[in-house]
Design a protein around this ligand. Structure first.
Ligand code: HEM
Ligand code: HEM
Length: 178
């Protein structure tokens, strides 16, 4: 894998766009499953499904950029076990941000509701099995999304540890101008 000196502006933009939408997705998911039936719930579901597909598209672009361009080597002086931990957790984050929206899309298509991108583009997948299959997939979707949320918590703590305790350039190099 190539090791450029910096993350490209595209990599930074995609990182922060995906981060922002994933946080929004979890908040909207908790709201939509707790707000009670009605027009607001329907709107939240539609918002969750559409922005979930936007994340999926951004992540696919991100993976392509990552595979073709690589990522900078860790900052100097970081112990071996932390390099391994970073590599494993980044790979797990990539895996989860791909499978979470895919499972949401597959589960919704199978169980009970059409998937329309912002009410304009029909994108329901042809998945049979009906309610039982759809509900089972959505259960895994929810569990994987909560695992993603937990891992993001660890990831943010690690980024802050680098910035505040170690005072190295790890966070800065993912920021604009860094
Ligand atoms: C990164 C993207 C996504 C994240 C982080 C995410 C997160 C979540 C979370 C945390 C829940 C569980 C809520 C709860 O049980 O309290 C949930 C539920 C759900 N998600 Fe997603 N989601 C994403 C993408 C999608 C997509 C693309 C779709 C469909 C096209 C989708 C459809 C659903 C549905 C229908 C539920 C409700 C399941 C139920 O009623 O039990 N999600 N999502
Ligand atoms: C949903 C939220 C997030 C996801 C899915 C995510 C995912 C990732 C992934 C996969 C990488 C590896 C990039 C690569 O090498 O190609 C990365 C790097 C990074 N992330 Fe996040 N991230 C999220 C949120 C955040 C937040 C909120 C912060 C800061 C507080 C942050 C700080 C960083 C930093 C500093 C790096 C660079 C690490 C390095 O250069 O070794 N991330 N992120």
């Amino acid at each position: 894998m190539r090791e450029p000196a910096t993350y490209s502006p595209t990599q930074k933009l995609l990182h922060w766009a995906v981060a922002l939408i994933v946080v929004e997705q979890v908040i909207v998911a908790l709201a939509m499953t707790n707000v009670g039936e009605g027009p607001l719930q329907n709107q939240l579901y539609e918002m969750h499904k559409s922005f979930g597909l936007v994340v999926l598209a951004l992540v696919l672009a991100r993976v392509l950029v990552r595979l073709s361009r690589g990522a900078p080597a860790p900052e100097d002086g970081i112990p071996g076990w932390q390099r391994v931990a970073a590599r494993v957790s980044h790979a797990s984050l990539y895996l989860l941000i791909l499978i979470v929206p895919l499972l949401g899309w597959a589960g919704t298509s199978a169980c009970c509701a059409p998937v329309n991108l912002f009410g304009a583009l029909p994108l329901t997948l042809p998945i049979s099995g009906g309610m039982p299959v759809g509900e089972a997939i959505l259960k895994v979707h929810g569990a994987a999304a909560f695992a993603l949320t937990a891992l993001v918590g660890v990831h943010v703590a690690a980024a802050l540890h680098h910035h505040v305790v170690r005072r190295d350039g790890t966070l800065r190099r993912m920021l604009a101008g860094g």
